[in-house]
Design a protein around this ligand. Structure first.
Ligand SMILES: [Zn+2]
Ligand SMILES: [Zn+2]
Length: 339
């Protein structure tokens, strides 16, 4: 068998087309995966709608990939055929730029993004550089491992690098694709975990995911409620709504950090005087390297953090994508490839 099913986008705004393609051979320093599952991330909109500058078409999207190595290129010694691996947003780095020379591979000036700079995981097979690989623990099924490769690593890595310590108040704003994982990680990392969302609907779920406290942002002033808990050391803003995020800033405690891993379209409006008086900050968070993703997989396996998923077979990709874009999915949509 030399061809495979893949889903490609031919032009900005084009459809998700299921096509037959040749199965590529891995080059030097690359492996080929037989893909088992691939999450549909909101960032795939960048490929679908042509919002990424310089993106070349046709392109196969997908950067929440879980599968098994089925071929290795020359010079690959540490990864074996049959090994279970994930490929995420971080699609490799150059090892030579100033940031790489300092060991900060996520900030590589020439970093590659899976499914944007090269074809991703909406396919039965894909090729990836070894710098993009994370080993998947045995106990994690592929449909759970996939979403950890972008959504999972982003919130896990943001929280573990946030400076919050066990016992600190950490609020997770939004209980959705990122937030439902953020609540679980915050709880498992030992933080006083606060979920903040609109309405009462998500309270029972947030509690089940591990939140110690739930704040309904429609019922009153969420920032004031955070201050009643002593003020947040970290607010992880996962719902990309500039107005709602800005309203949380007065909920920060001393040295508090509003941490944003998902970009709202509008600018934030932040009262800077309170930032100064409380030595607070507002900052962005960028994903992580493949090893960060592997740490995410291992921590999730160990602490029983799991994504809630809706699973679709590859040929139903258009329906699956619509489900993600609608915002109605609970909470990550994952494609599976026929065995
Ligand atoms: Zn993503
Ligand atoms: Zn570099």
């Amino acid at each position: 068998m030399n061809t495979m099913k893949a889903v490609q986008i031919n032009k900005p705004g084009g459809d998700l087309e299921v096509v037959e393609r040749d199965i590529a051979q891995p080059g030097a320093g690359q492996v080929r995966l037989k893909v088992e599952a691939c999450g549909i991330c909101h960032s795939d909109v960048l490929v679908k709608d042509g919002l990424w500058p310089g993106l070349k078409y046709p392109r196969v999207p997908g950067h929440e990939v879980a599968g098994r190595i089925d071929a290795v290129g020359s010079g690959v010694t540490d990864w074996k055929i049959g090994q279970r691996v994930g490929v995420g947003w971080h699609g490799g780095h150059c090892f030579n730029c100033e940031q790489c020379r300092r060991g900060d591979f996520a900030m590589c000036a020439n970093r590659k993004i899976t499914g944007i700079d090269f074809d991703g995981g909406y396919a039965e097979y894909m090729v990836a550089p070894t710098a993009a690989l994370a080993a998947i623990p045995d106990e994690l099924p592929a449909v759970d491992a996939g979403p950890f490769m972008c959504a999972g690593v982003t919130v896990f890595n943001a929280l573990r690098n946030s400076g919050a310590r066990a016992g600190d108040v950490v609020a997770v704003h939004g209980v959705g694709g990122l937030g439902h994982l953020g609540v679980q990680y915050a709880r498992q990392m030992g933080f006083v975990t606060v979920a903040v969302a609109r309405g009462k609907d998500k309270e029972a779920l947030a509690t089940k995911l591990g939140a110690h406290h739930y704040i309904d942002s429609e019922a009153g002033d969420a920032a004031a409620e955070l201050q009643k808990l002593g003020g947040a050391r970290v607010i992880l803003a996962t719902a990309p709504n500039a107005k709602a995020i800005s309203a949380l800033v007065p909920g920060l405690g001393v040295n508090g950090n509003l941490l944003i891993p998902a970009a709202p379209l509008e600018p934030l409006t932040v009262p800077v005087i309170s930032l100064i008086m409380g030595r607070q900050s507002v900052s962005g968070w960028y994903s992580g390297t493949a090893r960060d993703s592997q740490d995410t997989l291992e921590f999730s396996a160990l602490s029983r953090v799991r994504p809630m998923t809706e699973v679709f077979p590859l040929p139903r990709v258009a329906e699956a994508y619509e489900r993600m874009v609608s915002g109605k999915a609970r909470f990550r949509v994952v494609l599976t490839m026929a065995g």
